[in-house]
Design a protein around this ligand. Structure first.
Ligand code: AMP
Ligand code: MG
Length: 274
């Protein structure tokens, strides 16, 4: 069974063990080297995707990363997305909407950030914030939030129909893990910059976030764009798992190097004579 199938959302979030290493065969200490080992295949498949994009193919991949503070969205970007040619990747971190963004529908800024053909797009937070933090803080009416789940499903369907593949990952940590990671940030001058006092206010609403995430999983895990719940208590496992989902998606595209759009033999002759 593929890892994508194994990690696909099925059971309630509160039942998922954040320290699980589901699907990883071997000692967890080996997960780090497993991530390094997948780099060359990731890089080659990404380059094929890019090359096909240049020759007119419409395929692209969108990796959506969601999760509570400290769940490791940044770590996955560094270790997984960082292993391929930066030219082929577009990374977007979604913050509180600007005034201009606020003046448009919530999907406006998301649509602008979708990866172009041939690219891997990574969303560090996403349109799901518009039904997560917005729901928890009641930033919109209940009716508007209800409308958004269906709008998201339709938006994702349109992206997939245009040649996109979506990999949605919820990096799952529990309250104990988050507390440990906040504490270690405060002890390490090199990690201090990641800590923001306001993060504790969000932590105080843990149960409301869990409920909001559960709604997302129930309403927006579709056949064409399923959610995956990634146990993220072990960082190397988390990186391995997301990397493997990306690899599986790239392999599923069954990419080949594009054929030249010129006369190969004639060009060889021209080069020989120039
Ligand atoms: P960080 O990812 O830690 O840099 O934090 C970004 C912050 O922006 C988080 O607190 C998000 O919840 C917030 N944010 C992202 N998207 C939205 C949104 N659509 N509406 C409100 N807040 C958002
Ligand atoms: Mg943060």
């Amino acid at each position: 069974m593929s890892l994508s199938e194994q990690l696909r959302y099925r059971e309630p979030l509160s039942d998922v063990d954040a320290r699980s290493t589901l699907g990883f065969v071997g000692d967890i200490a080996e997960a780090k080297s497993a991530v390094k080992k997948m780099r060359s295949e990731l890089a080659e498949l990404q380059e094929k995707l890019y090359a096909n994009g240049l020759s007119g193919d419409s395929l692209s991949i969108l990796l959506v990363l969601q999760g509570m503070d400290t769940s490791g969205k940044g770590g996955v970007i560094e270790k997984v997305a960082g292993s391929v040619n930066p030219q082929g990747v577009s990374i977007t971190s979604f913050k509180k909407p600007t005034e201009e963004e606020q003046a448009h529908d919530f999907l406006w800024r998301i649509n602008k950030a979708l990866p172009q053909a041939g690219k891997i797009g990574v969303f560090d937070r996403s349109h799901y914030e518009d039904v997560l933090i917005v729901r928890v803080h009641r930033l919109e009416s209940q009716g508007e939030i209800e409308r958004r789940y269906e709008a998201i499903n339709e938006f994702e369907k349109a992206y997939v129909e245009s040649g996109g593949t979506i990999i949605k990952c919820l990096l799952h940590v529990d309250k104990d893990i988050q507390k440990e990671r906040f504490a270690s940030r405060l002890e390490d001058p090199e990690k201090l910059y990641k800590y923001r006092p306001g993060d504790l206010d969000e932590r105080a609403r843990w149960d409301e976030y869990t409920e909001a995430y559960q709604f997302v999983l129930d309403r927006c895990s579709t056949d064409i764009a399923p959610w995956h719940v990634i146990p993220s208590g072990h960082k190397p496992y988390r990186n391995w798992a997301v990397g493997t989902l990306l690899l599986e998606a790239l392999r599923d595209l069954k990419l080949d190097w594009p054929a030249p759009n010129f006369d190969l033999e004639a060009e060889k002759q021209r080069v020989a004579e120039c």
